[in-house]
Each structure stands twice: as C-alpha cells, then as structure tokens.
Design a protein around this ligand. Structure first.
Ligand SMILES: [Fe+2]
Ligand SMILES: [Fe+2]
Length: 337
C-alpha cells in the first residue's frame, strides 16, 4: 500500500517540546578514521556482484560497500563510508578474469575512510565530500556550516534539474529551486560569521552523483527525510536557546526554511516511491530505518563537538530529541501503513 507523505510539523512540535539545557564542547580533534574490510564472496552474494554491466572497479566497490554496510556476507561493518581508499579483488581461479561468472569465490580487500558527519541545516548532494574543520571554536563551526549550506545549493539545483527531466510535478521542481535560493542565503550568512572569526570557507566539493531513480530516492530518504528534517529541528532549538540575539534571529530564519525543506523531502519521497517497484521501495524504507537508528549516536557525537553558546542541546538532550524524532517518524509511518 502506498503511504501518504509524512507531515513534519506535528513531529517538530513533539521533539521541540523536550526541555532545553546548556551546551557542551568536547575536544574532539580527529574526525577522520579508516577501516579495512576483507571478505570472501561466494554463492548468491558473489552471483549478485557478477551480474550486470559494471567495470571491475565498480564491482569491487559494490562489494566493499556491502561489507561496510554489514551485509550478510560480512561480519558487520561500520556503515556507509565517505571515501574508498583502495579496493582489490582476487578470484579463486586465477586462470579466469576476477569477476568471470565461472568464478566460485572472489576475495575482496578494501580500505575506506570515515569522516564524522556533522548535522547541517541543509542537504548534502549525492557524492558530497565531507570536510573536517578541526577544532571546537565558533569560527570552525560557522565555517563547517557554511560549507555544508553551500553544498546544499548544488544539491537542490541538481535535484530540481533531475526532477524536471523526469517529468515530476512542477510544484516539486519549483520548491527545490526555492530551497536552493534559501540555501544561498544560509551559506552567505554562515560564511560571513566564519570570516568575521578568521575562517575561510572553501567551495563545496562533490564527486559526480548518480542520477538513477533508486539512488535519488535512497539519498532523499536518508539525507532529506532524516538528516535534513532533523537538522531543521536542531536549528529551531538553537533559535530558542542561543545566547546571542543576532544568531537567534539567523537560526530562526534558517529553521523556518529548513522545516519547509524537510517537508519537501517527505513530499518528494511520496512521489519517488510511486515511481519505484516494490523491491526498490523496501530498499528505500530500509535505508531510512537504518538512518533513523543511527541518528541518536550521530547527534550525540555532534553535540559533543559543537562549541558552547550556539544553542545546541547537550549530548543527552540532543540524543533524546533524535530518539523522539525517530520514534515519531516510525510511529507515523506505521500508522499510515
Ligand atoms: Fe540550509
Ligand atoms: Fe535545507
């Protein structure tokens, strides 16, 4: 059964009803880590990788992604990574090409990089490259937000163009273009704050993103419906709790815009799901469920590294807000089903 688009406003009220507390700042310096995966693929898992028309490098990366995501072929991964550093695949029969359908086993060894995922009051484009701003100063925080807000401009422009090409309802296309214009303002205002504190904001970097329907739907479900929507609620909390009147005004404006963007993500989701088949819809829901499940942990970490005085909730409150958000979304989805 098709689900109607989730309504974000009532969930926002529920989450923001949690009481406010002060902010903390921990000395998290290193936001980058690497992980190595090593696994032998056989049977169905191997057959899936051998199918289709991918290059050898793409098959190796697909295998590595499965390992990172803790697919049944692996022993549990650390989740989706930010960068593939190396990937090597060796077939069991060295007389055959590595990914030849006659191979019965292929060993994949890959190394990947994880970067701490900051919450932004924006939306990362597909292929977005994280940039770690080391330190726990207000200037570094503003610079990171400005970087992410500016990345959101491209995300919405790309999405609007893609939707137009796909013949999506004009209302969705128009709302994406309006969102891109909002993100220009957010990016400029955050960059001005960063520059005032001596930080330069580099232009956003992104690898070419996929433009397949399923990839767009998966990205929207995770980045739009979960992260951008929840980022909007953190912005609303900042608008209430921040000590600085100028920042409160900015955060209030951003939070209003972001709540609209969050609702846009859910409205887009409803349209995207209609375009997918049942198996793909299950994949999208599953990715969203995974993103909701990790929201509390991510939020805690981000609360720890956010400087004081900016109105961010404490790690405990931030994690509670994330849990309430995740529970509310899950509840709304199951009621709608
Ligand atoms: Fe934004
Ligand atoms: Fe946004």
């Amino acid at each position: 059964m098709r689900l109607p688009a989730l309504q974000l406003a009532p969930i926002a009220s529920l989450v923001l009803a949690l009481s406010t507390t002060g902010c903390l700042c921990a000395n998290v310096q290193d936001e980058v880590s690497t992980e190595q995966y090593d696994e032998v693929f056989t049977d169905e898992a191997l057959a899936e990788l051998q199918m289709g028309s991918m290059t050898d490098a793409e098959r190796c990366e697909a295998a590595c992604q499965q390992l990172a995501m803790g697919d049944e072929t692996g022993t549990g991964g650390q989740g989706d990574y930010d960068k593939l550093l190396s990937c090597e695949a060796v077939g069991g029969d060295d007389a055959l090409p590595t990914w030849d359908p006659a191979q019965t086993q292929v060993t994949v060894v890959c190394e990947v990089e994880y970067r701490s995922l900051g919450f932004c009051t924006g939306r990362r484009p597909l292929g977005h490259r994280e940039l770690a701003f080391v330190g726990c100063s207000r200037g570094a925080w503003f610079a990171e937000q400005a970087y992410l807000e500016r990345a959101s401009i491209g995300a919405f422009v790309e999405l609007a163009d893609w939707l137009e090409r796909r013949g999506a309802p004009s209302d969705l296309v128009e709302r994406c273009r309006e969102a891109a214009a909002d993100e220009v303002v957010h990016g400029d205002r955050m960059a001005a704050l960063a520059e005032r504190e001596g930080f330069e904001v580099p232009p956003p970097r992104a690898e070419p993103g996929g433009d397949e329907l399923l990839a767009i739907a998966l990205h929207n479900a995770v980045e739009g419906c979960v992260r951008e929507s929840f980022g909007a609620l953190l912005g609303a909390h900042q608008a209430r709790a921040c000590e600085d009147a100028e920042l409160r005004e900015l955060f209030a404006r951003i939070a209003d815009d972001e709540l609209r963007h969050g609702q846009l993500a859910w409205d887009l989701d409803a349209w995207l799901l209609e375009q997918l088949d049942e198996r793909e819809r299950v994949q999208v829901e599953s990715a969203r469920i995974d993103a909701l499940a990790e929201l509390s942990r991510l939020t805690w970490r981000n609360a720890e590294r956010t400087p004081s005085g900016l109105g961010w909730p404490s790690p405990e409150l931030a994690a509670s807000m994330a849990e309430r958000f995740a529970d509310s979304v899950r509840g709304a989805r199951s009621i709608a089903a």
